[in-house]
Design a binder for this molecule. Structure first.
Ligand SMILES: Cc1cc2nc3c(=O)[nH]c(=O)nc-3n(C[C@H](O)[C@H](O)[C@H](O)COP(=O)(O)O)c2cc1C
Length: 159
């Protein structure tokens, strides 16, 4: 099974989880980054404003062709109870995704907020023709607990 991990991470928590998954799962890894990065001053007002409205940022890579992959692992932090405008930009640029399967991973401070963001993320992926094979929301503790991450790895491996 050919797997691609596509993720955004602003402050490194999601990236750290993804690296642990990538250590155990054979996959291509693609980090989505904003063309205009958020400064520490603007990330809350501008990032939350854009996330709340479901906007998508201009990102690199601009397009990601996933036609060669069987499974996509899509990961993002939660901003204002929503997926980030950066991962929205990454999803917007996916091509060849009709009929593909995705495992969605979100990191956040509060699980409740993460579960809310998951709804938007799943809708966005489904609109691209992607089926959801599994999801996980990791709060601050879960994002660094090795046992929790091992469980996520087992869940992904069983797909
Ligand atoms: C702009 C901004 C908005 C955030 N909004 C939320 C939120 O609504 N709910 C929540 O649980 N965490 C929120 N967080 C916390 C992040 O989702 C959490 O720390 C995440 O794990 C960070 O991942 P990263 O280090 O990969 O960027 C927010 C963080 C930032 C920077």
């Amino acid at each position: 099974m050919k797997t691609a991990i596509i993720y955004h991470s602003h402050s490194g928590i999601t990236k750290n989880v993804i690296q642990k998954i990538h250590d155990e799962i054979s996959a291509d890894i693609i980090e989505v980054t904003p063309i205009h990065p958020y400064s520490s001053l603007m990330v809350i007002p501008k990032g939350c404003y854009r996330a709340l409205r479901g906007l998508h940022d201009s990102v690199l890579p601009e397009k990601i062709d996933v036609s060669a992959y069987d499974l996509l692992i899509i990961a993002s932090p939660v901003w204002a109870g929503k997926p980030t405008p950066v991962i929205n930009g990454g999803i917007e640029g996916l091509t060849g995704c009709q009929g593909k399967h995705a495992f969605v991973l979100l990191t956040c401070k509060s699980t409740e907020s993460g579960e809310q963001a998951l709804i938007s993320m799943v809708e966005r992926l489904k609109a691209k023709g992607i089926s959801i094979s599994g999801t996980v929301v990791l709060d601050q503790a879960g994002s660094i607990e090795i046992e929790t991450i091992q469980t996520v790895i087992r869940d992904i491996s069983s797909l």
